[in-house]
Design a protein around this ligand. Structure first.
Ligand SMILES: [Zn+2]
Ligand SMILES: [Zn+2]
Length: 325
């Protein structure tokens, strides 16, 4: 047994897998399985898509109404972000940490969320995470989308209609995922630059033992950098449904990836994939896995932790070299 297993309450079997698209020799069946697992099954990608379609078809105001500072339209946008975010973070937290519905089954870190610790705002990890998520995260996420929508409505950002080019309209969704992974890796590496880490990113890293509310619990400076992701809509023609999808991918996906559990287990059955051991390793060992499993940036730049004890040793050595400098 790999020594790394002893450091976790639960550790997924085998090593952490990256998108097989970039592995050689090319195995088409693995690539198909990889994409099928999140486009054709219950996943945060399909959830983001379903939420975006639901919001767009039933609640979203006409794009032209965003041309002026229409309180009703911008207020609706805010609620379309706030309500689903609080619903998912709140109910997952309720099931896993308050109701303890699956005890510690599939939980990576053995500990409970911290209380009475001076490290956190309000001396409470969950309250701290909720505060930074709601006050800074959801506000800045909405602000960036508002800027894009205002620009779309005023002819500054390009708008794509389904009827004009249906194939490209569909392709914009996977393009946004690849873009997000690319952007996240570089912004995240920048956030680990010591001065910026101390001022901003350390707030997110208070959470070594993460939970659903940790997902976008970040310092406002980090949110400002993180959500520059939305600026792609100034060059890539898209529509409000893409923008909503992009927002849910950026913000609701981290609720699941930071849940601290690999799987949702209800009534003696695995119901959904949840946590992301790749990112959990980042929260534990810091100087590794800056990106996501979608793009092998970490492998290419030598910061990949595959979940083995050897990778932990390599990370510790790299950290020592970095701090020496
Ligand atoms: Zn980090
Ligand atoms: Zn994180």
């Amino acid at each position: 047994m790999d020594k790394e297993s002893e450091r976790w309450n639960y550790k997924p079997a085998g090593t952490v897998k990256l998108n097989p698209m970039f592995s050689r020799p090319t195995r088409f069946s693995s690539i198909f399985d990889w994409y099928a697992s999140y486009w054709f099954q219950l996943s945060t990608t399909t959830l983001a898509l379903a939420l975006a379609l639901l919001a767009w078809l039933f609640f979203f105001p006409a794009l032209s109404s965003f041309a002026q500072l229409n309180l009703r339209s911008y207020g609706t946008l805010y609620l379309l972000n706030l309500l689903p975010h609080c619903f998912f973070a709140g109910s997952i937290h309720q099931w896993l940490y308050r109701h303890k519905g699956q005890a510690k089954k599939f939980k990576f870190d053995p500990r409970d969320p911290a209380i009475n610790s001076g490290l956190y705002t309000f001396r409470d990890q969950v309250k701290d995470n909720m505060f930074w998520t709601i006050c800074s995260g959801i506000s800045l996420w909405t602000l960036f989308q508002a800027i894009v929508l205002w620009s779309m409505a005023n002819g500054i950002a390009p708008v794509l209609m389904f009827s004009k080019n249906p194939i490209f309209f569909i392709l914009v969704f996977p393009i946004l995922i690849i873009w997000s992974s690319f952007h996240f890796y570089w912004v995240h590496r920048f956030l680990h630059w010591p001065p910026l880490y101390r001022i901003a990113h350390s707030l997110h890293h208070r959470n070594v033992n993460v939970g659903p509310w940790s997902g976008i619990s970040m310092h406002p400076i980090e949110h400002l950098l993180f959500y520059t992701n939305f600026l792609i809509h100034f060059v890539l023609a898209s529509s409000p449904v893409h923008l909503l999808f992009h927002g849910y991918m950026q913000s609701i996906h981290p609720i699941f990836s930071h849940s601290g559990f690999e799987k949702l287990y209800v009534a003696n059955k695995e119901r959904a994939k949840m946590g992301d051991f790749f990112h959990q390793l980042h929260h534990r060992y810091f100087e590794c896995n800056y990106g996501t499993v979608e793009m092998p940036w970490d492998r290419w730049f030598g910061s990949f932790h595959d979940g083995t004890a050897k990778a932990t040793n390599d990370t510790i050595d790299r950290k020592k070299r970095m701090y020496k400098k």
